[in-house]
Each structure stands twice: as structure tokens, then as C-alpha cells.
Design a protein around this ligand. Structure first.
Ligand SMILES: [Zn+2]
Length: 87
């Protein structure tokens, strides 16, 4: 079960760490960089359910940038097929 560092003041949770020490380290860096070393009230290390990488892939939806990139790649493929026959 991975661990995350949660800062209620910033409303953020760290990425999951396999070991609690990783989340603790993340918290130490976060406190130093964002809160001048002070301890935000209510900060916590939370044990979370392991996420299945396949679930994340299934939840993925293309963004506008992805659609533009796919269109450009599609046009390049079409051009590379069409070009040798016309020249
Ligand atoms: Zn914070």
C-alpha cells in the first residue's frame, strides 16, 4: 500500500510512494520550500490503495493538444504515402 503526503493548507497530495519514508521526505521538502520549514496544521501521511496502471490508462481522454498531434501525424502519414506516387 503506497503512501502520500497531504498538505491541507495547499490542498495538495504528493504522488504515491512505496515506502512511508518517501512520503516523509516529500513532506520535509514541501515544508521547506512552501512553508519556510513550518509544519502546516493538519498535514498527514496517508496510506492509499494501490492504483492499477491499467485503470489510469483507461481513464485517459485525449486533450486538444493530443488531437492536434494526432491530426499532424495523420497528415504526415497521408503525405508520405501520397508523395512517392506523384513525384
Ligand atoms: Zn503546503
Amino acid at each position: 500500500m503506497p503512501f502520500t503526503y497531504n498538505c491541507p493548507r495547499c490542498g495538495t497530495a504528493s504522488r504515491p510512494y512505496t515506502f512511508r519514508a518517501g512520503a516523509d521526505n516529500h513532506g520535509a521538502h514541501h515544508r521547506r520550500r512552501r512553508h519556510d520549514g513550518d509544519y502546516p496544521v493538519g498535514e498527514s501521511i496517508q496510506r492509499i490503495a494501490r492504483t492499477n496502471p491499467l485503470d489510469r490508462a483507461m481513464a485517459w481522454r485525449p486533450s486538444r493538444g493530443d488531437a492536434v498531434a494526432a491530426a499532424v501525424v495523420g497528415l504526415l502519414v497521408l503525405w508520405s504515402v501520397w508523395h512517392p506516387f506523384t513525384n
